[in-house]
Design a protein around this ligand. Structure first.
Ligand SMILES: O=C(CO)[C@@H](O)[C@H](O)COP(=O)(O)O
Ligand SMILES: [Fe+2]
Length: 256
């Protein structure tokens, strides 16, 4: 019997901490010069979280600076983290913009069921399963994110679904309350990572918020293989050095 396939270590700098005045160059340098795997792109709508970033047009603009990945989850993947109240609403726009992985919040998906479908708009009603299917139908991978306040148990029935198209490609466990970069890492969220890893040895598990050289060891020990780091990378004198250091820790604990 062959050993289970251990998920690939992935470093995904969050461009929320990049210099927005030179965003295209920051994105291409982060991948090509500094050696990051993915770009983590935080989309905030001012409703789901108390902050606003940008939408699909900016993703289109930066896509022209970063080559599309040649394989699923490859270098240059646009990992879009949708902190928005109506996650179904933006799927088509993000597909067109060049998003590869559309990661929505569980809390938004269950609440947007009540949002209804105003005349002349697409149907905004959804459930996590339906939304995952919808994202897959739009040729993107699907991620599902949990806020710190949400218990990990809500994931089991979603991950245990026998219908492959309705299962997520990645789980994102937030290690800060979503909304802002540069917050303090919440180690209290790591048991969620461990719980998912124990059940799903090959699933991509992303952690996001407060990750950097001092906190990555704990996240890797808990079983995370996709590390988002914003301020730690973009605030560094040498982002490439930080990325290499993060990767070393992750590779060293791979499978742990
Ligand atoms: O989604 C979010 C915040 O809501 C994150 O992606 C942050 O942007 C990560 O920034 P750092 O905590 O690494 O500075
Ligand atoms: Fe994020």
């Amino acid at each position: 019997m062959s050993a289970p396939q251990i998920p690939t270590p992935i470093i995904a700098p969050s461009i929320l901490s990049a210099d927005f005045a030179r965003l295209g160059a920051e994105c291409s340098e982060t991948i090509e010069r500094h050696g990051a795997d993915w770009l983590h792109i935080d989309i905030m709508d001012g409703h789901f979280v108390p902050n606003i970033t940008f939408g699909a047009p900016v993703v289109t603009a930066i896509r022209s600076h970063v080559e599309r990945p040649s394989n699923k989850k490859g270098r240059g993947t646009f990992d879009c983290h949708l902190m928005v109240a109506e996650p179904k609403r933006w799927v088509k726009d993000f597909q067109a913009a060049g998003c590869d992985l559309y990661c929505f919040h569980y809390e938004a998906a269950i609440n947007s069921t009540a949002a209804g479908s105003p005349a002349g708009t697409t149907d905004r009603r959804t459930s996590p399963r339906e939304l995952i299917r919808f994202i897959h139908e739009h040729s993107m991978q699907a991620g599902i994110a949990l806020k710190p306040e949400t218990p990990v148990d809500v994931l089991w029935e979603i991950l245990e679904n026998e219908v492959e198209e309705e299962r997520p490609d990645m789980v994102l466990i937030m290690t800060v309350n979503p909304g802002f970069g540069g917050q303090t890492f919440m180690a209290s969220e790591l048991p969620k990572v461990r719980a998912v890893r124990d059940r799903y040895p090959t699933l991509d598990i992303e952690v996001d918020g407060g990750l950097g050289p001092k906190t990555i060891g704990q996240a890797a020990d808990a079983g995370a293989n996709v590390i988002v780091a914003g301020s730690a990378v973009f605030g560094a004198q040498d982002p490439g050095e930080v990325i290499r250091g993060l990767r070393e820790v992750l590779v060293g604990r791979k499978g742990g």
